[in-house]
Design a protein around this ligand. Structure first.
Ligand SMILES: [Zn+2]
Length: 203
């Protein structure tokens, strides 16, 4: 079956096109999903459309940690049981999921919304670093865990933050080695990530 086969109905072609633009979905998967939805009951397809609409309409960024949330502040920042003196710095909201899954981390987060990547024209000013510094300057934080991804941009970003935060006299740690270099936090398994958290080292 050729992937550039033209479906007979325009809406089918349109859905294939939209799905194909999503990350990780090639033309074959886009076709398969489209025909699956075509066969599915109308309520199923409507529930999917409604779920997509809801994330766009109801989810925004927490004003404190900049994580995705449907309440303000987010459930993590609001949680009195959590350790408000520790902040774990991550690249993207999705990176919080694997860390929460370990159930080993009880502190708060800060989402940078990117990494320093000169090749893509992304400098420190494009990241939410100002917001992090004002949280640290408020005075109640005693440890910052740098949990950017273990790759070139992640390391460069961690080093940049290290230079900024060191003068503040706050304990600064980096997730332990053992996370596969070049990999994403997002794909780390629970055990590896738990170990990396427990074995975090001062920088
Ligand atoms: Zn928050």
């Amino acid at each position: 079956m050729s992937t550039d086969f033209k479906p007979t109905a325009e809406p089918i072609g349109r859905l294939i096109q939209e799905l194909n633009e999503l990350p990780g979905i090639g033309p074959k998967s886009a076709q398969r999903l489209t025909y699956h939805l075509l066969r599915a009951p109308a309520e199923k397809a409507e529930a999917l459309a409604e779920a997509i609409r809801a994330v766009k309409e109801k989810v925004s960024l927490c004003s404190i940690c900049l994580n995705s949330t449907d309440s303000e502040p987010c459930a993590i920042c609001r949680d009195e049981e959590r350790d408000h003196s520790t902040i774990c710095v991550v690249e993207e909201p999705i990176d919080i999921l694997p860390l929460e899954r370990t159930r080993k981390y009880k502190g708060l987060y800060h989402v940078l919304h990117g990494v320093i990547a000169p090749a893509d024209g992304i400098g420190p000013d494009e990241l939410r670093i100002k917001e992090l510094l004002s949280r640290l300057n408020a005075g109640s934080v005693t440890e910052v865990i740098l949990a950017t991804n273990p790759n070139l941009e992640g390391e460069a970003t961690a080093m940049y933050l290290q230079r900024l935060i060191a003068p503040l006299g706050i304990r600064l740690t980096r997730l332990a080695r053992g996370l596969p270099y070049g990999g994403d936090l997002e794909y780390a398994d629970d055990v590896t990530l738990s170990r990396a958290l427990e074995g975090r080292q001062d920088v």
